[in-house]
Design a protein around this ligand. Sequence first.
Ligand SMILES: [Zn+2]
Length: 222
Amino acid sequence: METLQNVVDQMLPNVIQSETGFLVDGDYGSNAVDVAVTDTGLECQCFVAQVSNGECEHVRIVRDHLASNPMPDDKPAITQADADYYLSKVSELDEVLAANTESATKQIDRIKLWLEVEMDKLVRRKDYYTLALDNYMHLNEFSTKHLVNGTLKVRTQQPEIKVTDEEKVLTDKRFVRIVPEKRAIDKAALRKYCTQTGEEVPGTEIILKPHKFSYKLDGSAQ
Ligand SMILES: [Zn+2]
């Protein structure tokens, strides 16, 4: 008699291939494992692989998969049931990603608050010292002073000229210069011409982009 487990096992694809490796479905209920393809061969990050010189059930499953599918360039057959299953996996992973992000954000907020409070205290203390040193330089009219622990310097600064009414300043010819007409690329016109004609205008390069895949999960807020 077929148990539910058997039915599930038959339904679920064991190995999904990508350009960088293979995703191996674990036992029912456990997480799928990523087996990467590297220069040295198949590499799994699981615990068993780490303690047994890279040998584990996931690597063996991928080897079996490759042995029984000798032409990896063939497009794999993906059924609607597969697609449904994959989308449910994406949904699960999205939930974990969201939970991780929320948890990390909380920790980061706490750390930021701690740092802010600590910095505030220290900066206030530091300000007392720097103000006293500034006064010391000022009262003695020093511009540079070498001390045991370092050197103090005072530099006079150029005043900032802020224009508050541009029109008024422009009426005074002494402060007006003519800026030559600026030439710039009309990107919209260029795009329209290139996409319509397929022609690479001298000085341009047309870079084709792959199509963009997206998904929306039922019941998600987005
Ligand atoms: Zn493994």
